[in-house]
Design a protein around this ligand. Structure first.
Ligand code: PEP
Ligand code: MN
Length: 266
């Protein structure tokens, strides 16, 4: 793969914010919920995330509010100026996201495992200048992750990045999804220009551990973080145990030690 095909310039969306943070709820639930969270986010956050279609492991749970949620997000953008990020899993999701001017589209861990699905999304986005982020697959497979990124690159999608959200395991471990830090480190070695975000919310599955994993990601020079944030996390309709409040997010961001350019010689 030609290195020059990955363009990091889109990271200037986060200009003035170190670390770059994408924050917002696991799922959009109601118009009031998304608006309140957006308004309560720390002022330096520039990108608001919310899941509209939720990939659930077993049927019968909350599967997302669907298309109507895109209208609520547009309202959030109008009122707050925040950029918008949602998960897409099908070509239809992509079409709706484009129609509703979503700025950043991410492909979830359960979709990355399926090359047909990733290809379908890449084709639906071919040549776009929207930002497209690809989460690692749920299983610890670097090639599958890189293969998905290569599909986006081959579709001439210019502004891309990776999200590390940990890998599922049947073992009882400290975190819900084991980080296997070596895998994203290998990704960074093989694709040095690829921006990478850490997702401590989905790695830990536990709001009390979000800070420590966010710090580990920054210590490895990640380019940014995605952190699930909700005004009433215990009552969240999905991923209730891992979401932090806007105040907790403010504290986490303040406490994080970031690498400044001037620190590099230290
Ligand atoms: C999410 O970001 O809410 C999500 C479903 O994530 P993942 O694909 O990492 O499980
Ligand atoms: Mn989630």
């Amino acid at each position: 793969m030609e290195k020059s095909s990955v363009n990091k310039n889109w990271m200037s969306l986060f200009k003035g914010q170190n670390p770059a943070v994408i924050a917002g709820p696991c799922s959009a639930e109601t118009p009031e919920q998304v608006m309140q969270i957006a308004k309560d986010l720390p002022a330096e956050v520039k990108v608001f995330r919310a899941g509209i279609w939720k990939p659930r492991t077993r049927p019968g749970g909350f599967e997302g509010v669907g298309e109507i949620g895109l209208k609520w997000l547009q309202e959030v953008k109008r009122e707050t100026g925040l950029l918008l990020a949602i998960e897409v899993a099908t070509a239809k999701h992509v079409q709706l996201a484009l129609e509703h001017n979503i700025d950043i589209l991410w492909i979830g861990a359960r979709t990355t495992v399926n090359p047909f699905a990733v290809q379908e999304i890449a084709d639906a986005l071919a040549g776009t200048d929207r930002v497209v982020l690809l989460k690692n697959p749920v299983n610890p497979d670097l090639s599958l992750w890189m293969g998905g990124l290569e599909r986006l690159i081959k579709a001439n999608i210019k502004n891309i990045g990776a999200i590390h959200r940990g890998f599922s395991t049947y073992e009882k471990t400290k975190y819900r999804n084991i980080p296997e830090w070596q895998i994203p480190i290998d990704l960074k070695t093989q694709m040095p220009d690829m921006p990478i975000f850490g997702d401590p919310s989905h790695i830990t599955g536990n709001r009390d551990k979000v800070f420590e994993v966010a710090q580990q990601a920054l210590d490895l020079s990640y380019d940014g973080l995605m952190i699930e944030t909700h005004c009433n996390p215990e009552k969240a309709w999905s991923d209730a145990a891992q979401q932090v409040t806007p105040q907790q997010l403010t504290d986490i961001i303040q406490k994080l030690k970031v690498r400044n350019v001037t620190d590099d010689t230290a």
